[in-house]
Design a protein around this ligand. Structure first.
Ligand SMILES: Cc1ncc(COP(=O)(O)O)c(C=O)c1O
Length: 459
């Protein structure tokens, strides 16, 4: 069979490939053939920097020799085995490694294949825990989540979402969730310090947990940074305060670290920024450095114990009846082990110069009037656009953010377009020089937008 030409690929792409989170009416194909480090090579012949790490996954960049070698070696030994009643040696070793690495006593690991499933598992564990724990509270079936939150797209995870266009069409299918407005570090000023902004949000949580006493099973949070909300950062102290409130009301705390964990925020876990120990933690994305679909839900022994059958209660089956065909995939486990080898070899130390340069370049950008609310934590940086007269509506393909992302793409940088802000979350292994290239292009796109608006040529 002859290889299809690029026009043919584009036609098939437009006609048959229903892309995630993409309006398909005006879909512009972008076909990737191969990738190396932070660079994507497109079938159209362009070299593009992957400034969103293929949606916050490719922690070590593409074609990383240690990870690819680990996957090659594993596929020759054992490509797959079920997690029902058995497990691959490499997956057993990964479970132990995660247990050793995780904060607190999160030492029980349930594997799945994607972040949404990891969240769904945390939800089911929480609800079943309250039915079976020593002091049962079976009415605890609701969840508290935060405004603008994103926890994935399966039905349970969709219910937790705080972004209306993601959950509203499915409302008849969703479980009960109480949403509380999160604190936004952008509202911190000299007269409204971080403690006050965090304190107001904590007071809202306290009220809701009081109002729904004995109905809420767990609070779920994206610790420190809500990526999908437009890199909404919480003020320092909020996470710690939330842990204290969960303890006060006897509610479980689920940390969804799928996007922010495992190095993205500069530490092993975002919870480490405030020394917080959740009851359940969800990991994904960086877990395999993006090389294979795998996620994990970590739980404490207190939760695990509630699922143990006992000869004292022979009539009572407390098993967690949940699992996925590819749970604990050996190939994904091998990739994860290679990622943790890099972590053990000082990955988070090595990235510091690039993280610092990202901060410097963000500071330089923030001197422009159009750039407001610059923010950074580890290898994620963002700013909002203040361009009077520019269209920033979400659905508009000509919104200012989308036009700027198009400009960056022409100049060799792929950013995930947002209507009214720009964020970058490149691989952790991005060099200082590559950060400079990225931020040069971003800065140029701000300049082009400013000039075009001044000349009236941007909508
Ligand atoms: C915080 C958070 N939770 C859950 C998910 C869902 O993960 P997945 O896309 O692997 O299902 C995402 C995905 O972006 C996420 O950012």
């Amino acid at each position: 069979m002859t290889e299809p030409q690029i026009d043919q690929l584009h036609e098939w792409d437009r006609r048959h490939y229903w892309h995630s989170f993409s309006p398909m009416a005006d879909y512009e194909p972008l076909v990737i053939e191969r990738a190396e480090g932070v660079w994507l090579h497109t079938a159209e012949g362009q070299k593009l920097m992957d400034a969103a790490s293929s949606m916050w996954c490719m922690a070590l960049g593409h074609n990383h020799p240690r990870v690819t070698a680990a996957i090659h070696a594993q596929v020759d030994r054992l490509a797959h085995c079920t997690s029902l009643g058995m497990g691959a040696d490499v997956t057993v070793r990964l479970a132990k490694r995660l247990a050793d690495l995780a904060p607190g006593d999160l030492e029980k690991v349930f594997f799945s294949s994607d972040g949404s499933s990891a969240v769904e598992i945390a939800m089911k564990l929480a609800v079943q825990y309250w039915r079976q724990c020593d002091d049962p509270k079976p009415a605890r079936t609701k969840f508290l989540s935060f405004g603008h939150a994103y926890h994935g797209d399966t039905l349970g995870a969709t219910a937790l979402s705080g972004i209306g266009r993601y959950y509203e069409p499915f409302e008849p299918l969703l479980c009960e969730v109480v949403r509380v407005a999160p604190p936004d570090a952008r509202s911190v000023t000299d007269t409204n310090p971080a403690e006050a902004v965090a304190g107001e949000a904590l007071a809202r949580v306290d009220r809701v947990l009081g109002d729904f006493a004995d109905e809420i099973a767990a609070v779920i949070i994206e610790p420190r940074v809500q990526m999908a909300a437009g890199v909404l950062m919480h003020p320092e102290g909020f996470l710690r305060g939330l842990r204290a409130l969960c303890d006060k009301h006897g509610v479980l705390l689920i940390a969804d670290e799928i996007a922010v964990g495992l190095g993205r925020c500069g530490k092993k876990f975002a919870c480490d920024h405030e020394g917080v120990r959740p009851d359940l933690m969800c990991l994904g994305k960086h877990l395999t450095a993006g090389y294979a679909p795998m996620a994990a839900t970590l739980a404490t022994p207190a939760i695990w114990d509630a699922f143990l059958n006992s000869p004292d209660r022979p009539q009572e089956d407390r098993t967690f009846y949940h699992g996925h065909t590819f749970s604990g995939s050996p190939l994904a486990s091998a990739a994860a082990m290679a990622f943790f080898d890099e972590v053990d070899d000082g990955l988070l130390e090595k990235i510091k110069p690039a993280v610092d340069r990202l901060g410097e370049r963000l500071g330089r950008l923030a001197e422009r009037d159009a750039v407001v609310h610059p923010r950074q934590l580890g290898m994620v940086a963002a700013f909002d656009l203040e361009l009077p007269g520019a269209d920033s509506s979400f659905a508009d393909p000509n919104s200012i953010g989308r036009q700027m992302a198009r400009h960056c793409r022409e100049r060799g940088v792929w950013l995930r377009p947002r209507p009214d802000m720009i964020y970058v979350a490149p691989p952790l292994t991005t060099s200082v020089e590559e950060i400079d290239f990225l931020m040069d292009v971003v800065e140029e796109s701000v300049e082009v937008a400013q000039e075009a608006l001044a000349g009236g040529s941007l909508s």
